[in-house]
Each structure stands twice: as C-alpha cells, then as structure tokens.
Design a protein around this ligand. Structure first.
Ligand code: 5AD
Ligand code: SF4
Length: 438
C-alpha cells in the first residue's frame, strides 16, 4: 500500500546530547526537502529518536507508538531511530505494526530515502553501522542558537560491563579534522557563540595524527566563537595535551564531565572501568593543576551487582574527596546482552533506592555549596533564553551554572559580565555590569 509523501515532521528526542545533535541533523534534512517542522499531533511523519541506556527504554517507545494513533484511528508515518532501534531491530515492526521505518544511529542520513520507500509501499529497516558515511551526505549547518552541539566522535570500545553503548553505537570512530573545523565555522556563521564537542568518548577523538587538545586549539582560532566545551570524557583518555589545553585555551570553559561511576576498586574492576579510585584522583589533580577553578562533574551508578554497603560508602567518599560540583546518579539497570546483567549478586531495588537517595542528597549538598562559593564573584554569562519574567534572561556561567539576570536591551547570544549575588541549588542570580563586546 502506498501513502502520500509526508509534508510535515516531528522529532521526539530521548536520552543524551548526541541524540539532540542527531535530531537536529535529521530536522535539517527534512527541512532541505521542503518539509515543515510541526507538533506531534499534526505531523505527517513522527520520528522517535530513542535511548537505550537505562530502564524500560523499549517499553516507553512502544507506549509512545500507541499514543501516536489519531482520534480517527489513523497514524502518522512512524520512524523509530536511535539506540532502541539499533538494539531491538526488526522486532519493533513485528511488535508494533504501525512502525514504518526502523533506523539505527549510524544510518539516519538515509531517512529521506527510507521515507520515499515507505510512500511506495515498502517497509524500511536500516541498522547498518557504517561509520562516518552519514556526515558526508547531511546538509551544511545553517541554523543554530547561540549554543551548538558538534558530534566529533561516536561509539565506544571500552565495554564497561553494565553499558549498551558499544553495542548500539558501534566501535569508536572519529570524524576528520578538516570536516570538524568546517562544521564549526558553519555553526559560528549561523550564529553559534559556544560549541560543545560531543562524543560517547569525546576525548578519545583522534584523527589525522591529532588529538582532542589539538582540535580545541584549532577551534580556538575561529573568530566569533567565544566558548568551547566537550563531553563526555573517559578518564583513561585525559591526555596531557588535552589537560594543557585547559591551562592555555581561554575559550575552553572550566568545566569537565568525567564520569567515575564508583569509588571502590573491586567494583570499578567488575565494571571494567580500567581506572582505579587512585588513578582517577590523580588525573583530576593534574586537571586542577592546569585549571584550578575547574568545575568537575561526574556520573555515578549505585547498586551494581555485588556492591556491599562498605563499597557504596567508597562512592560517597570519592564524591567528597574529588569535590564534584555537579553529578548525575543512576540506579544500576540490567541491560540485556551486557555482562553485568547476568552477574551474581544483583542488588534488591529497595537497597539500591536507599543508596541512590543518600548519594543524591550529598550530590545536591555539594552542588549548592559549589554554587554558593560563586556568590560575590564577577563572571561572564552567555545569554541563552528568555526567563519567565519580563526583562529576565537566563544564561550560563563558565562553570555551566544557570544564571538569571534582569536587564534592558539585552539579546539572546550576548555575553555579559555580571556579579553573582545569590545562589540556590539549581541556579544563580546575577547583577549586570556593562556589556562585553557582543
Ligand atoms: N545502569 C545504570 N546507569 C547506567 N549508565 C550507563 N549504563 C547504565 C546502566 N546499565 C550511566 C553511566 C553513564 C551514564 C550516561 O549512564 O553512569 O556514564
Ligand atoms: Fe558505556 Fe563505558 Fe563506553 Fe561510557 S565508556 S559509553 S559507560 S561502555
């Protein structure tokens, strides 16, 4: 059965910033075909750009598919993209016959062709992991806000025992140096003032004999680009060159997301993290020597199989010892096909819940303390959006804190100097000095 070619599209993103980037690139492809972005309820084509990292991801996708059915019983064209698509594959269309397209994270550049195939009455599944092909066929970047994402690296070879990423995103692969400088320039021409380099293991980026530190130094030379960030890093790939960039490149913001996951060596080993508590602490010592004011952020997993109370205490103590400014914490969630899912000693949910609560209480306390320590400081803020009140704007400090400002005649994208006058757990209040060159 053939259908009419869709004229409008809606992309629903789940999960990480890499999915946000992929979603933007998909939107650009459809816009280049003359299709309009629209609300989920009205779109002819709905793309669910899914995440598989934790809990019941697939179940959420199936229930969302059910909700896409319209009142008259019809459905839009439905594409399932992202990591659930990669992990579940053809199973998705078998379980949910409404799904027309299943496309993995490395094949989404073929979406327009796949949509054409569906309109001709063919079903379409593409779960190739072909590496970098997609970047060559995506349209040039033309639209962005003041902050933009740029995927430089994809995939993961680390095989932490709890994690699905190496299976859904494939092996570590780096985009070529020149392509990245080119895309960064296009983003700046389109209005970006800050670029966040993205990769599952962004600091493993390596191409044409260069490492991430060199790429950052090259981007530093782009006029009009004011801030550079990168995420997510693996401790083992924190090279001396990258650490030195934190000391030398002014545009590189003093913020590092460096997941540690746990504070106990036996657990780190069972997780196959390939760093120890001490080696992690030594790395951040070097980073702090290069950039003393750096804000460190982490990811933590509680309730990994076999984790004892005492081992969990080591997680609480590394959180304090490393003085994390911000952290993301998760209850261990068994992922089908990963080694940890079948390990002995799976932890009872009540125990994991209790550990998570204790961890989060300490994370929040540290975050508040970090924010309070910025009160009285003078700093720059990149304005990203309007606030809830008249004349209020919200931006980010160099340390990625959200800062609320009142001011006349300011625009999104301005970088302003403020005095931080108040701090809460989630945001700061800034008072405007004079405007820095916009
Ligand atoms: N269970 C819980 N948390 C997980 N993460 C990855 N896999 C799992 C899992 N199976 C967390 C890690 C990682 C972050 C993106 O998600 O902390 O750094
Ligand atoms: Fe997953 Fe570990 Fe790779 Fe991070 S480094 S994506 S946690 S396997």
């Amino acid at each position: 059965m053939s259908t009419e070619s869709p004229k409008s599209f809606h992309i629903k993103n789940y999960g990480c910033q890499m999915n946000v980037y992929d979603g933007e690139r998909m939107a650009e492809m459809f816009a280049a075909r003359g299709m309009e972005a629209s609300d989920k309820a009205d779109a002819d084509l709905v793309i669910l750009n899914t995440c598989h990292i934790r809990e019941k991801a697939a179940e959420k996708v199936y229930s969302e598919i059910g909700r896409l059915r319209r009142k008259d019983g019809s459905s839009p064209l439905i594409a399932v993209a992202g990591c659930v698509a990669q992990a579940e594959g053809g199973e998705i269309s078998r379980r949910a016959s409404e799904v027309d397209i299943v496309v993995g994270p490395q094949a989404y550049h073929k979406l327009p062709d796949m949509v054409d195939a569906v309109t001709r009455g063919e079903s379409s599944v593409d779960l190739d992991l072909p590496g970098l092909d997609k970047f060559d066929t995506l349209p040039r970047r033309r639209k962005t806000g003041p902050t933009a994402f740029l995927t430089v690296q994809e995939g993961c070879d680390k095989f932490c025992t709890y994690c699905v990423v190496p299976y859904t995103r494939g092996a570590e692969i780096s985009r070529p140096f020149a392509d990245l400088v080119d895309e960064a320039r296009a983003l700046v021409d389109a209005g970006a003032r800050e670029i966040t380099l993205l990769g599952q293991n962004v600091n493993a980026w390596e191409a044409d004999g260069q490492d991430l530190g060199t790429l950052i130094r090259a981007l530093d030379r782009i006029d009009g680009l004011r801030r550079i960030r990168y995420t997510t890093s693996h401790p083992n790939d924190m090279t001396d060159g990258l650490i030195a960039a934190h000391a030398e490149v002014e545009k590189l913001m003093p913020y590092l997301h460096l997941p540690v996951q746990a504070g106990n060596d036996r657990i780190l080993k069972a997780m196959n993290r390939s760093h120890s508590r001490d080696s992690y602490l030594r790395i951040i010592e070097k980073v702090r020597a290069a950039r003393p004011d750096i804000a460190l952020s982490g990811d933590f997993i509680v309730g990994f199989p076999g984790e004892t109370d005492a081992e969990f205490e080591d997680t609480l103590s590394i959180l304090r010892e490393a003085a994390f400014a911000q952290s993301f914490s998760f209850k261990y969630s068994p992922r089908p096909g990963t080694p940890a899912a079948t390990m002995d000693g799976q932890i009872a949910p009540e125990v994991a819940d209790e550990r998570l609560q204790r961890l989060q209480a300490q994370i929040n306390a540290q975050q508040l303390a970090f924010n309070q320590a910025t009160v009285g400081k003078r700093t720059s803020v990149l304005l990203e959006k309007q606030g809830r009140f008249d004349g209020q704007l919200i931006g980010r400090s160099p340390w990625l804190q959200s800062v609320h400002i009142l001011g006349e005649g300011l625009s999104i994208g301005d970088i302003v100097d403020v005095d931080i006058v108040e701090a809460g757990p989630l945001s700061l209040k800034g008072e405007l000095l004079m405007q820095v060159a916009a």
